[in-house]
Unconditional design. Structure first.
Length: 437
């Protein structure tokens, strides 16, 4: 019998795809904060035989989502084929859920046999907030931005231009905001390192489709001059290059820079420029002090543009578009380096607050913390026996943790342990006190 072999055939059901309908929402096909959504889930059979009597339960422990319709049956699924839920699942997203927040969903799948398995997938809420494009020529200046983003607690992804090249339209399109930094990198008018022709084409498409761009680049104008992207999309009408700006002040009443004034300390050479805002744009930072202009490659390398007299005596070095009202897209452009703004200055005079106000103007807000009840371990907004069982599973059977973990802290002592189970039992069945926090 040494050569005896037995081949076992079995179904292998896995998550394949989903289709979301934001019923009663804004009808964009995305689950947004505050919306109730229906979701059709498709399963795939990767096994060697078909499966019948298929059902699946949808579960999530994320505090930002409530599952309303959690169960559905499926058609028979032959091997190598797919089948979609007959009854749509339904869930509600908390209105305070941050944009771009990923929610983990669990599918408990069962069928004839008996057969049971589990699979997971993610649902991203709303539009992804931020793509940060690190275009500093392979240096490490991105940390000035990422520390500020982390302080806001907003979600973001990083695209490294040096290794990944220009982000394609398919990458840019899902993001509400693009933050693009060129650091100290520069090239020339003949061979620009800051916003190549391909970069400009991709950003043009992104903005035409309603995007929001914050561009920090002290050398963009040195590399690009007043090309069509600079004049028509960044709304720069003129400039003087290499001005050595040493301190700036905001504009009284401006939605971003009101009350701001600070010195600048560059982690690289200071090649900052004066700019004249074009039609529809408004200056938001102006120079209040300057250093001696820095030598570039053995001489003063001036940009090719003539400084327009339209700005009067104000040496602007940042602008936003539109100045007021609404427009297809929004832009903030700094012709000095964001990296030079103090990181630790008193509010509002620090880089964290500058970036937060820019993003707020773009509609990207610091997320509110999720609401939860102490003792509501399974996050269904009800204190009952299921929370006791959930804590027992978590503490003693390797089950899922409460989200957030503090939701399992029924007695509010800062720990999640057996005493929380006993406290809930006392409250639910023995007339004991409710969770005290």
């Amino acid at each position: 019998y040494d050569d005896l072999s037995i081949t076992a055939h079995a179904p292998i059901l896995v998550y394949d795809s989903k289709e979301t309908d934001d019923i009663g929402g804004n009808d964009n096909g995305l689950p947004d904060p505050g919306e109730t959504c229906e979701m059709t889930i498709t399963l795939r059979n990767d096994g060697s035989v078909g499966e019948i009597q298929v059902t699946a339960d949808l579960i999530s422990f994320d505090p930002y989502v409530t599952i309303i319709q959690s169960s559905s049956s499926y058609p028979d699924i032959p091997r190598g084929e797919t089948g979609s839920s007959i009854i749509p699942y339904e869930f509600r997203v908390n209105q305070y859920c941050p944009e771009g927040h990923p929610i983990t969903m669990f599918l408990q799948i069962s069928g004839w046999g008996p057969y049971s398995t589990e699979d997971t997938f993610e649902v991203v809420i709303g539009q992804k907030p931020i793509l940060f494009v690190d275009d500093d020529g392979g240096k490490s200046y991105e940390d000035y931005f990422l520390v500020a983003l982390d302080s806001m607690g907003v979600g973001y992804d990083v695209w490294t231009h040096e290794t990944q090249g220009t982000p394609p339209d398919s990458v840019l399109e899902p993001y509400r905001t693009v933050v693009w930094s060129t650091g100290a990198d520069f090239g020339s008018l003949e061979n620009p390192a800051t916003l190549t022709a391909t970069d400009r084409a991709r950003l043009t498409t992104y903005l035409e489709n309603g995007g929001k761009l914050f561009l920090s680049s002290q050398d963009l104008l040195y590399d690009n001059g007043l090309n069509t992207f600079v004049t028509d999309y960044l709304h720069v009408a003129g400039y003087i290059g290499e001005r050595g700006i040493g301190s700036v002040a905001g504009v009284a009443g401006d939605t971003i820079t009101d009350g701001m004034a600070f010195g600048l300390s560059y982690p690289f050479y200071n090649f900052s420029d004066y700019i004249t805002p074009g039609a529809g744009a408004v200056g938001i930072f102006s120079r209040t002090g300057k250093t001696s202009p820095t030598l570039r490659e053995g001489g003063f390398a001036q940009g090719g543009g003539d400084f327009s007299s339209g700005s009067g005596l104000i040496d602007y070095c940042a602008l936003r578009y539109p100045a007021g009202g609404s427009a297809t897209y929004q832009v903030v452009f700094f012709s000095f380096s964001f990296e030079a703004i103090p990181q630790a200055g008193a509010d509002p005079n620090n880089s964290h607050m500058v970036l937060e106000r820019i993003l707020n103007w773009f509609g990207v807000k610091k997320p509110s913390p999720p609401s939860f009840m102490h003792g509501d371990a399974n996050g269904d907004q009800i204190l009952d026996l299921t929370d006791v069982l959930f804590l027992i599973s978590y503490l003693y059977k390797g089950g899922y943790a409460p989200t957030p973990l503090d939701a399992g802290d029924a007695n509010c002592d800062g720990e999640v342990d057996l005493t929380d189970i006993l406290y809930l039992i006392s409250y639910l069945y023995k007339g004991g006190p409710a969770p005290p926090c």
